[in-house]
Every structure is written in structure tokens, then in C-alpha cells.
Design a protein around this ligand. Sequence first.
Ligand SMILES: NC(=O)c1ccc[n+]([C@@H]2O[C@H](COP(=O)([O-])OP(=O)(O)OC[C@H]3O[C@@H](n4cnc5c(N)ncnc54)[C@H](O)[C@@H]3O)[C@@H](O)[C@H]2O)c1
Ligand SMILES: O=c1ccn([C@@H]2O[C@H](COP(=O)(O)OP(=O)(O)O[C@H]3O[C@H](CO)[C@@H](O)[C@H](O)[C@H]3O)[C@@H](O)[C@H]2O)c(=O)[nH]1
Length: 437
Amino acid sequence: MRVAVIGTGYVGLVAGTCFADSGNDVVCVDIDGAKIDALRRGEIPIYEPGLEELVERNAAAGRLTFTTRLPDAVSRAEVVFIAVGTPQGDDGSADLQYVLAAARAIGRSLGSYTVVVDKSTVPVGTAKKVREEILSVAPNADFDVVSNPEFMKEGAAIDDFLSPDRVVIGTESQRARDLMAELYAPFTRRSNRILFMDPQSAELTKYAANAMLAARISFMNEMAALCEKVGADVDHVRLGLGSDSRIGLSFLFPGPGFGGSCFPKDIRALYSTARENGLDFNLLGSVDRVNEQQKQLLLRKAIRHFGGNLSGKHFGVWGLAFKPKTDDMRESPSIPLIEGLLGKGATVAAHDPVAHGTAKRIFGDRIGFTDTPYGAVEGADGLFIVTEWNEFRRPDFDRLKGLMKAPVIFDGRNVFDPARMRDRGFVYEGIGRGVAP
Ligand SMILES: NC(=O)c1ccc[n+]([C@@H]2O[C@H](COP(=O)([O-])OP(=O)(O)OC[C@H]3O[C@@H](n4cnc5c(N)ncnc54)[C@H](O)[C@@H]3O)[C@@H](O)[C@H]2O)c1
Ligand SMILES: O=c1ccn([C@@H]2O[C@H](COP(=O)(O)OP(=O)(O)O[C@H]3O[C@H](CO)[C@@H](O)[C@H](O)[C@H]3O)[C@@H](O)[C@H]2O)c(=O)[nH]1
């Protein structure tokens, strides 16, 4: 099948590459010429495990190409995906300007019957708006609009795309439905299903999934706070709770607050949709507020530990990305933590296996970057663990203690066992591990 993907970011590049890998002829389009030039040279603008090899293989086979020329790509395509950004607008709602601009550009270039697919995360009613936008520039165009939200996670995007839990297709058109079923057939041959529904339900399903996952995390973060008050260990509670098959163990890890390019903006967009429809979605508002407070928790713990004065102290930070296996720092809890430490007069040295480039664009030379985790703790008054990269899980504790000025660890991911850390001679604070405030 001939496929065009408009927007070659995380979603567009992964989806386009995976469609090419199943034999389709895919053109990825972006308005960012530097990005397209880099991709043509075989350079991948993001860190995503396995992506580079997959792009290289499919580009070499001629099934995957990159261009800034949208009309060329769209006019020959049977299916056109819109995978541009939908950032948070000033009032919290999703900003649709990129989606609608892409829709107009597509409208001006449509050839024979085409399925235009919304893959970006968009509010209820956007499929209709995309249709109107296309018709405004191409009143006679022969096309259908489909809502096909994407559920991939960064760091596991290829596996998620090739083996999705489900594929959601929102359309009223049988012709579009058949084409989408054909395109997704290679990825849905096992138990993973294609769910067909109306576009509004498909659009809402995406937000509902992210909101539910975010709610579980905020629930656990509040539960962790209670554990600290009453001397319980949230890790035991997590296992006891999640072992109930009705609840399950996924997305129950407390932490320094959820980040990323999706959860924070998507819960606010859903809250906005509810408000526009006269509904106060109280629960979502709380999920967001709890998360904003949680992003201050590690800083608060340090302030308490050092009696309110961080001036002149030096700290190590392990992990900058919002989660492991990505260099993405959008809404990462490391940002408010580091800004808070610097604001209180402390200095910071950080290590992340892949996110130094991203972090340098945010912090410049206001913090130091080290090649190893050990470098970040040299002479440190304390260490913060913000991202649970595997390589942080089994350090040489004697070496760590020897390098640090004081063996103090604030562990935002509960990577270590509190009792064992105390035996090893550390002052150790996890999240919700029975430490009184
Ligand atoms: N990042 C994720 O893991 C993820 C997962 C599921 C859904 N989503 C959703 O998918 C959408 C895209 O997210 P992303 O993280 O890939 O964004 P991104 O910012 O990484 O990429 C978007 C790309 O679109 C390009 N673009 C903008 N307007 C364009 C136009 N008119 N023509 C061509 N290219 C254009 C930009 O230059 C950019 O490269 C968002 O709605 C997001 O919420 C993201
Ligand atoms: O138990 C958990 C699980 C996650 N997190 C945090 O939650 C955030 C988001 O993590 P994750 O969901 O793994 O990453 P994303 O790549 O943001 O993926 C989410 O957002 C995407 C964009 O919409 C969706 O497609 C995915 O299904 C959805 O999981 C990160 O800061 C994690 O550290 C926790 O604190 N505790």
C-alpha cells in the first residue's frame, strides 16, 4: 500500500518505519528541513531503541523515504496519516493548529480516493473538523477521515507498534474500514484486536486510556505519602494491591511525578473537553494537582534533610529523561528538581545514559554533566535518583560512599531496599517507604 505520514516525530517516524517494514511504500513528510536532511543521511533525530536499524533497513530497501514536499507524497498515497504535534494551548486545551494546517495542505494535494487518518492525539470532534478543513480547500475531493489514535510508549515504541494491545479505528465508512484493516493486518494477527467504532469514541478512548493510567500513578503517589505518615512500605502495598487480578500490577509505581509529552497535556486537554461540555471532571483536576505537587517532593525531602538550607551544597542527579530508554525530557520531573536546587544556591552534576544533549538545551552550562554515574556523585552532599535506568540499579556501593562527601540518597524511583541501604551506611529516603516526614 502507498502510505504518506505527515509529521516525522516520535509517532510519525516509528509508525512510518513499521508500516514500511511490513512491505508498504512509505513516504515520511516533515516541514523541518533539517530533520528530513538528517534522516536522509541515516541520522535518527530521537533515541528510540531499535529504530535506527529498522529505518536503515527499510530506507535501503527503498520502502521508506523522507521529504519536505507534502504534495508529492500525498497525491500518490492511498492512506495519509496526520502525526503532527498537538501541544497544550494557553487554556489547557489541545492546540489543533498543526493538525488543521496539515489537513489543508493534504486537501490541496489529494489525488484519487484517499483515507486521511488522524493519528495525533486530538479532542472529540477533530475528525469532523479535519474533514471540513479539507473540504474548505478541496470541495470535490474523494476521501474519508479516520480516527486512529496511537498508544505507543516511548522507549518501547517499536514493540508497542508491531504488537499493539489493540488498534482503535474510528470511522463510519466501510471502504476506509476495509483499507485500515488491511494495513494493520500484519500487526493484529495474534490476540490483539482491531476495534472499530465511531470517530468520537475513538478520539475519546485515547484520552480515557492516558487519564486512567495517570490516575493510577497519582493514586499511588498519594498512597505513598500516607505510607510515610503511618510507617508502611508502599512497595508491599503495591504488590498486595496489584495482585488482585481486577487491579493488576502495571502503572502502580510511585515516583517523582509523571512526565513526558503525553500524560500532562492529555489530562488537561480532557479536563478542558469536559469543561467545554459543562462537566467539572474533578477527578482529573486532582490527578494533575497531585502530580504537580509530587514533582516538588524530592526537593522538599532534601530541604527537610538539610534543615532548610541548600546553599553551597553540591548534588548528584542520576537520570534526566522522563523515563528510561528515551532522551525525551518533556515535562520530566528532573527539570523542576534541578531548577529548585539551583534556585536554592546548590550546584548540580548529572548523569543520564542518553539525555545529555537534550538537557544541555535546557540547562546550558548551569549544571555539570558526567560520563559515568560515579562522576556525578564526586564530592556530593547527596544523590537524587530521578530516572530508573537499569544501570543505576546495582552500583558499587562502597565506591559510591567513598566518592560522596556525605552518603545521602533521595531515591525517587525506589530502586534500592531501604533496610539494606541503611546497613550499607547510607542515609536513604525512598518514596513511601515508611520514613516519617
Ligand atoms: N510521543 C509519543 O510517544 C506519542 C504517543 C502516542 C501519541 N502521541 C501523539 O502523537 C502526536 C505527535 O506526537 P510526537 O511526539 O510524534 O510529536 P513530535 O513533536 O515529536 O513530532 C511532530 C512533527 O510534526 C512536524 N510537523 C508539524 N506540522 C507539520 C506539517 N504541517 N507538515 C509536516 N510536518 C509537520 C514537526 O516538525 C515535528 O517533526 C501528538 O498528538 C501526540 O500527543 C505521541
Ligand atoms: O507506574 C508508573 C508508570 C509510569 N510512571 C511515569 O509516567 C510517565 C509516563 O510513562 P509511560 O506511560 O511509560 O510513557 P509515555 O511514553 O509517556 O507513554 C504514555 O503516553 C503515550 C502518549 O499518549 C501513550 O501512547 C502511552 O500509551 C502512554 O503509556 C513517566 O514519567 C513514568 O516515569 C510512573 O510514575 N509510575
